[in-house]
Design a protein around this ligand. Structure first.
Ligand SMILES: Cc1cc2nc3c(=O)[nH]c(=O)nc-3n(C[C@H](O)[C@H](O)[C@H](O)COP(=O)(O)OP(=O)(O)OC[C@H]3O[C@@H](n4cnc5c(N)ncnc54)[C@H](O)[C@@H]3O)c2cc1C
Length: 355
């Protein structure tokens, strides 16, 4: 069986981002790479959105970028400008196509469906398949989104809605998210932060229909695409092994308070690429410890007081937009952290330290 210098397990966002980073930086000119990916074909299955707080390789896969957004709680709307850090949506279909086209040009890169097809004992492995122990107490961000099309102009495509909490909460945390790609097309998503075994929240189609028709007041539309998913708001198991690094969700690249992962994956890929010649001795890459700590406290509050979360999110956005965006994208400095922390209900958060 054939041996490879590197193996990437999982050719999804993290696996392909890393392979692309290595390829464009000429790290695979005299090294071999096997990518293990079971899917039979690549098609658009996700929309990755984030504030562009750092550069990345996929500007040509951006479906739309915005410089204004709103956050809503019942009877209150906050309008926020984000021209310094535009919010971008990457189309996964364009991302897969761009990367796979480039990787196929390099004969040192091979694709397999199963790791048993190759000899992996002497390779360095980058694993993006998370190992998740079933635990009913774990909190997930689970959601379903549809892209819709209207016949007449309906949306204001200059501004998107990040969180609309003006909807039923069912003793949990629930919001809608609307990304208008044009005046006639938008992604509308229902998002829950809750325990996964709670199937009572999964009547997604009915929730979305009700929101579009009775909240957005849009009656004539058609659904052109649907995506569904769940992001663990806890770190998957990560056993430290020689010659193996976890990447992507499996590697702890998700920001636990928000689910944002895409830009962290890009930063991790750059880090690995810069250290590839000495990778087995390279320090583990992590989201900064201060965010791990603050997100832990935040999720404790969320579990204990879901009813307070719409107000907490709304209050957070009363800080300077730059500070909030940098904080949520793990790029904030000490003073920006403090400005966010001071907006939080102090007693609730201090108590959460002792739950
Ligand atoms: C629907 C959805 C929308 C999201 N939207 C956003 C967003 O807007 N912004 C953001 O920052 N993050 C978002 N995320 C979170 C995160 O960015 C994505 O989950 C991202 O795809 C994570 O990348 P990954 O490589 O870790 O996992 P994946 O992209 O899921 O890649 C894992 C790959 O492993 C393959 N695989 C599975 N089993 C095996 C096996 N046994 N052997 C080999 N390969 C295997 C899978 O087929 C898949 O291709 C979203 C997640 C989902 C699910």
């Amino acid at each position: 069986m054939k041996e490879f210098d590197y193996i990437i397990i999982g050719g999804g966002c993290a696996g392909l981002s890393l392979a692309y980073e290595l390829e464009i930086n000429e790290k695979l000119k005299d090294k071999t790479l096997a990518i293990i990916e079971p899917r039979l074909q690549y098609k658009k299955d996700k929309t990755w959105s984030f504030w562009k707080v750092a550069s990345h390789n996929f500007d040509d896969c951006i479906k739309k970028s915005w410089e204004n957004f709103t956050v809503n709680i019942p009877k209150k709307t906050k309008h926020i400008k984000c021209e310094s850090y535009p919010y971008q949506s990457v189309d996964s279909g364009l991302f897969y196509e761009k990367i796979n086209k480039r990787l196929k040009e390099n004969k040192n890169i091979s694709f397999f469906k199963n790791i048993n097809e190759i000899d992996s004992k002497n390779s360095f492995i980058f694993n993006s398949v998370p190992s998740i122990k079933k635990d009913h107490r774990n909190i997930w961000q689970h959601f379903c989104g549809v892209e819709i099309e209207t016949q007449n102009n309906f949306f204001d495509d200059e501004i998107f809605n990040l969180m609309d909490f003006d909807c039923e909460q069912r003793e949990s945390v629930h919001f809608f998210y609307t990304l208008p790609y044009s005046k006639t097309t938008a992604l509308v998503e229902t998002t829950w932060l809750s325990r996964m075994n709670d199937s009572s929240k999964k009547d997604y189609d009915a929730q979305i229909k009700d929101y579009i028709e009775n909240h957005l007041n849009l009656k004539n539309y058609k659904i052109t695409y649907k995506e569904e998913g769940a992001i663990p708001l806890f770190y998957p198991l990560y056993e430290i092994e020689k010659n193996k690094i976890n990447i992507g969700t499996a590697g702890g690249m998700t920001r636990l308070s928000t689910g944002y992962t895409f830009l962290n994956i890009q930063e991790h890929s750059r880090y690995i690429c810069n250290n590839i010649d000495n990778i087995s001795k390279t320090k583990k890459f992590e989201i900064a410890k201060k965010y791990q700590f603050l997100d832990d406290v935040f999720l404790r509050v969320l579990e204990k007081h879901p009813e307070k979360m719409p107000d907490i999110f709304f209050k957070m956005f009363k800080s300077s937009p730059k500070a909030v965006i940098k904080f949520l994208s793990n790029k904030s400095n000490f003073f920006e952290d403090l400005s966010i922390i001071f907006k939080m209900p102090k007693i609730t958060f201090i108590k959460a330290l002792f739950y």
